[in-house]
Design a binder for this molecule. Structure first.
Ligand SMILES: Nc1ncnc2c1ncn2[C@@H]1O[C@H](COP(=O)(O)OP(=O)(O)OP(=O)(O)O)[C@@H](O)[C@H]1O
Ligand SMILES: [Mg+2]
Length: 360
């Protein structure tokens, strides 16, 4: 006999109901009737008089016992068995399981709520599983492409009689592939640390305007090479409390996207303003824009909408930006029209720095 067959069908054994039956019989006083019946000198009319209530109470006790058993099986055993079956399926890797609640939503009891929570847990597990497999597929893909490039160009470099120019071209392709691999690994590690809360934001008071100008200046070679106009509209000074190194990551990613997706001759505008409660920073460009469908996914890991720039990055930039901003209670919005341009707007809540820090 298998373990499955040996398993008890109910949490409530038959002996419990037998006990219940006997107790009911005793409570009805059936033993008195039985004692009377044992008496040898009884006449038929007396026997019938005693027998009728005895049989009656016997039937009532039997019916009550069966009814109680039916109710317990229906309201407790059956739902529990269903839950056990569903849990077994989930344990075997089937995340499509759904147990419907027993009652309608206005009559939910604790079992209904348990089923609903179970369904929620299974759905979460399912989406985590999909995310895990997608993540592995994406990482493998992102690693394979530059690795193939390195392999091909290293093989080409082995050929005898290459000109100096050819050698330099091949080497530069290998170098850019290794740079891509290294930025992929760095970004994955950063994202992983941010998501698993290994990086806790270190809040300090600093001048956001100074940081924005420094970040923008670092892209000077890019805007000069692509002949893109950079317009900056910043306040003189805006002291905020935030994690400077994490926010630097945000500005670098937004600016690098703006420059990457803007054609030569275009304009990138960096704006910053503040009011009582928030500091607002926006990065606008006159680039290719993002379609409404793509806008729904740009913050997903590894999502790259514009395939023409797919080799220049891994689609992790905005996922990192979003995570950092979440940690900082800040928000980000995107407005974009295809062929016209894109604006990313970040709003950071002002955490009041102490007066002394404000005047430093
Ligand atoms: N300013 C922008 N203009 C047009 N499209 C954009 C802009 N910013 C982001 N996108 C779209 O969103 C996608 C995701 O951006 P994200 O910064 O996450 O990745 P990436 O820039 O392609 O790669 P990485 O940031 O890892 O170098 C981009 O591939 C692009 O399709
Ligand atoms: Mg990017």
């Amino acid at each position: 006999m298998s373990a499955q067959e040996k398993r008890r069908e109910s949490r409530f054994p038959g002996s419990l109901f037998a006990l219940y039956f006997v107790t009911l019989l005793l409570m009805s006083g059936i033993h008195m009737g039985l004692v009377t019946l044992i008496n040898e000198n009884l006449h038929w009319p007396t026997i019938v008089q005693v027998l009728i209530p005895t049989v009656y109470w016997g039937l009532v006790a039997g019916a009550l016992t069966l009814f109680t058993r039916y109710k317990i099986v229906k309201t407790y055993d059956q739902p529990m068995k269903e839950l056990a079956k569903a849990a077994d399926k989930v344990a075997k890797g089937d995340f499509s399981v759904y147990i419907p609640p027993i009652h309608t939503s206005n009559r939910h009891d604790y079992l209904d709520l348990m089923f609903l929570d179970f369904n929620k847990m299974v759905a979460e597990l399912g989406s985590l599983e999909t995310m895990r497999t997608d993540f592995i597929a994406n990482v493998s893909h992102e690693i394979k492409t530059p690795l193939a490039g390195i392999q091909n160009y290293a093989q080409l470099l082995q050929r005898p009689g290459l000109t100096r120019e050819e050698q330099e071209t091949y080497i530069s392709v290998i170098l850019s592939s290794t740079r891509r691999l290294s930025s992929l690994v760095t970004n994955i590690l950063k994202l992983n640390k941010l998501e698993s809360q290994q990086i806790a934001p270190q809040f300090e008071s600093y001048d956001l305007c100074g940081q924005l100008s420094e970040c923008a200046i670092r892209f000077e070679s890019v805007w000069e090479e692509k002949q893109i106009d950079l317009e900056a509209n910043l306040e003189d000074r805006a002291i905020i409390r935030g994690d400077a190194s994490l926010l630097e990551l945000v500005w670098n990613n937004l600016l690098s996207n703006a420059f990457k997706f803007t054609e030569p001759g275009g304009t990138v505008t960096l704006r910053q303003s503040s009011d009582e409660t928030h500091v607002t920073v926006s990065v606008s460009d006159t680039g290719c824009g993002i379609s409404p469908e793509a806008q729904e996914h740009i913050f997903d890991k590894f999502y790259q909408g514009d395939t023409s720039h797919a080799t220049e990055g891994n689609g992790l930039g905005l996922a990192l930006v979003l995570r950092v901003l979440q940690l900082m209670d800040a928000s980000i919005q995107v407005e974009s029209r295809e062929g016209v341009g894109t604006t990313f707007t970040v709003q950071i809540p002002i955490r009041r720095a102490s007066e002394r820090e404000q005047t430093v």
